[in-house]
Write a protein that binds this ligand. Sequence first.
Ligand code: ZN
Ligand code: ZN
Length: 438
Amino acid sequence: MGCWFVWHLFQISNFQLETVLKIKALKGFKDIIPGEVELWQYLEKVAREVFDRFNFREIRLPILEETELFARSIGEATDIVEKEMYTFVDKKITMRPEATASLLRAYIEHGLYVQKPVQRLFTIGPMFRHERPQKGRLRQFHQMDIEVLGSENPRVDSELMAMGAMLFDELGIAVSLELNSLGCPECRPGYRAELLSYINERYDSLCSDCRRRSSTNPLRVLDCKVPSCREQIVDAPSLLDHLCGQCREHFGQVQDGLQQLGVAYRLNKFMVRGLDYYCRTTFEFITTELGAQGAVAAGGRYDGLIENLGGPKNSPGIGFAMGMERLVLLLQQQEKSSVEEDKVDLFVAGIGEQGSRAGFGLAHQLRAKKFSVAMDYEGRSLKSQMKQADKARARFVLIIGDAELSSGKGVLRNMITKEEQQDIPLSAAAIAECIPGK
Ligand SMILES: [Zn+2]
Ligand SMILES: [Zn+2]
């Protein structure tokens, strides 16, 4: 009986141990740990600086929205809404798969168009799609999303792409810009009918996805990645030959603007974007530096969407989203030297209980003076503390032992020159004066 009890206890504790060890992050979800997070911070910092130059303001949005918002904006027949959304079992709430719909919802809900007719907004954060995880593509991924709401001026389109190009240039990421126009509700239906008859002539040679798309969203056949489908569509009619007068003029002015701002681009009639709401200008920034060709940013115009979501009539909009995971991979490949590494101004090495106690107080006072300060909390030897200071890349070390306490002066060592060492009064003001650069 007693034996059984002990054995049973052992089993329980063993079981608990295993359970604790086995919990890992969900498939497709990833921690961004110190050592990686610096590149994320760098990316965001550069992006925020560029957005600021172009007068964009930040908006922070919730992750959960009513499912209806995405069904109505992204479109019921899209892969995202059909297969990839994280929707709660009651079907009414979904974790956002992208940011544009939420941003427009907020724009309408707060009447931002009343305050200012043209709003320039950006948001940064996680998005969620239930996709098969692969390199650089996760179920929780991160995007920077930039939108201009309330203007259909083609200069806005050109400038938005020019801003993207400027950002990639400053990040040192080589991209090429591909451009297309998807027309408008006036000119697209005629094109769609022509494309459909072209597709139907080749129906039997298309993949099963394309056969399905031919009835729901035939334009998507144009960007199928299956090689046999690509062969079939190579001579497909181009929307650019079917634009109505207004769309043609708008698209011409967009290209003029790009030329004026010195932004190189290439027309790509096969680029249709996956989402239903796009019209007129659509674009992608493409990289070839991650193995296969892939987009690092993509977007376009959605002139009817704000009205469709219950916003004011005739309110145009354009925007694009950048995938941060891919950008971070590209930054990693550069081994960016400009990213600031973790560095502390001062390491306080207290020896013995009294030295540690004095160091503990001084560290706090110096942090209040905006110095970054590290210290040892475990009563380790001076030698071990000096190793910790090296690891923390401390610029200075302050040593406080019994002798220093009785003289009222600590030893300050310059860890960069490794030679200079001086006695300084144990006051935060005196120490602050001896640590240059602050
Ligand atoms: Zn048109
Ligand atoms: Zn296909």
